[in-house]
Design a protein around this ligand. Structure first.
Ligand SMILES: C[S@@+](CC[C@H](N)C(=O)[O-])C[C@H]1O[C@@H](n2cnc3c(N)ncnc32)[C@H](O)[C@@H]1O
Length: 216
């Protein structure tokens, strides 16, 4: 991540969970993952760009373990406090920025990443790193915005944004090129924000799921 992204998320961490629409979105993404992936208690999960861990904590009761990884130490501190305060087990945090750090040897059965990809400049390199971190047959679940006209982020946040959403069809093709099969999508949630002239502007959030090829 670039320094603008780092600073923005470090500043936002303490109040991240105070906005109830963040938990609403994470729960909707979690429900969509339950539908499209059907996680099991044999699965080790990486929540990449976990922030305060909203999606990972949602999935925790349904899987064997969760690692919440993020480049923002302040976000990870909030998740560590949550883990301690609630006595959560089988979940831990890890500082990881796949734009800068080498991919390590950990392997997961499911990688989820919600509302992170639009902050990443080189999406294809990120997909390649995810593929290397998955067991053969493992699942990648990416939630992000459909293409939007640059109105989703506030002026303070916009410096940290590399993509104003994604075309689902093209992103699924990029998953296929990166070595995933069977990419499918659904609309997980619609974020509503105040628009011009007292109206409401809608920002759909997709979930795309692909599976790492499983050579037999
Ligand atoms: C919009 S927040 C989403 C947080 C969380 N996934 C959720 O749904 O509430 C984006 C998160 O991605 C993290 N992030 C951005 N770029 C990253 C990178 N290159 N590596 C790891 N985390 C990154 C930020 O620190 C932030 O916590």
């Amino acid at each position: 991540m670039n320094d603008a992204t780092a600073n923005h998320f470090d500043r936002s961490a303490a109040n991240w969970d105070a906005a109830p629409q963040r938990a609403e979105l994470a729960n909707a993404v979690g429900e969509a993952i339950m539908q499209l992936v059907r996680p099991t208690r044999e699965m080790d999960v990486l929540d990449y760009g976990c922030g305060t861990g909203l999606v990972g904590v949602f999935l925790l009761p349904h899987v064997r373990s969760v690692v919440g990884a993020d480049s923002s130490p302040a976000m990870l501190q909030v998740l560590d406090d949550k883990i301690r305060a609630n006595g959560l087990r089988h979940i831990r945090t890890e500082k990881l920025d796949l734009e800068r750090d080498p991919v390590h040897d950990s392997r997961y059965h499911l990688i989820v990443s919600s509302m992170v990809t639009h902050h990443v400049a080189d999406v294809d390199s990120l997909l390649a790193a995810f593929r290397r971190m998955l067991h053969p047959g493992g699942f990648l679940a990416i939630a992000d915005l459909d293409v939007e006209p640059g109105l989703f982020h506030s002026p303070e946040a916009v410096e940290s944004v590399h993509h104003h959403g994604f075309d689902r069809g093209r992103l699924k093709e990029r998953l296929l090129c990166a070595g995933f099969t069977d990419a499918k999508d659904t609309t997980a949630h619609v974020i509503r924000k105040p628009g011009a002239n007292g109206g409401i502007r809608e920002f759909p959030v997709f979930l795309i799921v692909g599976q790492r090829e499983n050579p037999l």
